[in-house]
Design a protein. Structure first.
Length: 447
């Protein structure tokens, strides 16, 4: 028994993730890699000292199982799960153990379709379970839930102290069932209760794309997350916008929690020549993977580009912003990004016990900026109050790219306004430069 536990616990140091409830993310970030090692493969790595520690640990579990007041809660299966959850929790905020049910839900998240209420959540010891973003037009959005709301209970079950994955599991359910959810809304200092129908959530990550009126061809496009279809959807969108006369692009990554590395890299490649370093992925023992742009897909390397970011721009979205920043390919406008630049590997258990998820590497921009814990700074900072951030997040979900949305108590999208000002300045600069070049060419031709 101790050998089995030792192998199980050894494997526990190989995995991690971020979480979503009915929406992706991934950050939830969708898992960046799958570790081919099975938990059993780690058994041979356990030394004699580890066996001694595990034997003592197993003795502690035996005492708990024998004497704990609620015997139904301390089955061997539950004790193993509790132990691994605690271990992963101590490593970092993104390392977690996923039960078989949670692992199944996570796999559905990556596919882009699942049953839920349409929210992205994160867990922290300081704030608890917080809504990072709300899927536009989804059940939660229609019910009135907002970014920044703190989840207190779901169907009467307390969410205080829960991990993001545990909270998401309680939020999910059968399609058509109602979820009673209690939240705390900081902007009103009030507790609010909502009844939200669960439904199949289909995430379209490219939203609000259009030529902005009165801008001489400036286009707007919002990417809510980097999912499996994001690059293909963006290609279709850019093709349409080009035919409509696009002369510049404002790419909105605000409230984008990240997604799949394999999705953001081709999106970066649309705006860079082939062969450019996009991101460096670095793990232990100097293991490094360099991801570069390719010549695949349409290219918009000369298109003037503005990228909007904020404090909820994370992970894969930060890879894009950091890459564009380092090459001087875009002007970043908004607020400093979240600073979630770590890679989560997934290790399923062959026994069907679920999976482990562990931070195995970190992202670095082409210019060697460590994203994790630092974030990406904007070129032009647009500070907002907490109340403005919450209201603007609501507006982005329902009216992306609109400067004057028809919503109650609208706030000015000063970042979008500034982006348009920057584009106007670029046009003037390019126009003057072209005029000067033409005059110089004419002067050279005068005998």
């Amino acid at each position: 028994m101790s050998r089995r536990l030792a192998a199980f616990m050894t494997a526990a140091v190989f995995s991690a993730s971020v979480l979503f409830a009915g929406q992706e993310p991934a950050e939830k970030e969708a898992p960046a890699s799958r570790n081919p090692e099975s938990p059993a493969a780690g058994a041979g790595l356990v030394d004699s000292e580890a066996y001694g520690e595990m034997a003592e640990f197993l003795g502690m579990l035996s005492i708990i199982r024998k004497h704990y007041v609620d015997g139904d809660r301390v089955t061997w299966k539950n004790l193993f799960q509790y132990a691994v959850r605690g271990l992963m929790h101590e490593l970092d905020p993104f390392s977690e153990y996923e039960s078989p049910e949670e692992f199944r839900s996570m796999t559905e998240n990556v596919s882009g379709k699942r049953v839920g209420i349409g929210i992205v959540i994160s867990a922290s010891r300081a704030r608890g379970i917080e809504i990072v973003s709300v899927l536009p037009g989804g059940p939660a959005d229609k019910a009135g839930l907002r970014s920044g709301d703190v989840l207190l209970s779901a169907d009467g079950e307390d969410l205080t102290g829960e991990s993001a994955s545990d909270a998401a599991e309680k939020i999910r359910g059968e399609q058509g069932t109602e979820l009673k959810i209690l939240v705390y809304r900081p902007s009103r200092d009030a507790r609010l209760e909502f009844s939200v129908p669960r439904d199949v959530i289909t995430v379209s990550s490219v939203q609000g794309a259009r030529i902005l009126p009165g801008t001489d061809g400036a286009a707007y496009c919002r990417i809510t997350q980097f999912g499996p279809d994001t690059a293909a959807d963006l290609d279709k969108t850019l093709d349409r916008l080009s035919k409509e006369g696009m002369t510049a692009l404002i790419l909105d990554l605000r409230d984008n929690p990240g997604g799949i590395l394999g999705s953001v890299t081709p999106v970066c490649g649309r705006f860079l020549p082939a062969g450019k370093l996009i991101v460096s992925i670095e793990g232990r023992e100097n293991r490094k993977q360099l991801v570069r742009s390719t010549d695949a897909g349409p290219k918009f390397t000369d298109l003037p580009l503005i990228v909007l970011i904020n404090g909820n721009t994370a992970s894969a979205a930060e890879i894009f912003a950091g890459c564009m920043m380092d090459y001087g390919r875009a002007v970043l406008v908004g607020e400093k990004s979240f600073g979630k630049g770590s890679v989560q590997s997934i290790i399923p258990f062959a026994s069907g016990r679920g999976a482990l998820k562990l931070t195995t590497a970190r992202y670095f921009t082409p210019g060697r900026l460590p994203i994790h814990g630092n974030g990406i700074p904007p070129d032009i900072e647009i500070p907002l109050t907490p109340a403005q951030r919450i209201q603007l997040s609501v507006q982005l979900n329902s009216h992306p790219g609109e400067l004057r949305p028809l919503v109650p108590n609208p706030v000015r999208d000063t970042a979008l306004e500034r982006a348009l000002e920057v584009l106007r300045g670029l046009r003037i600069l390019r126009g003057n430069g072209k005029e000067i070049a033409e005059k110089a060419e004419q002067a050279e031709q005068i005998p």
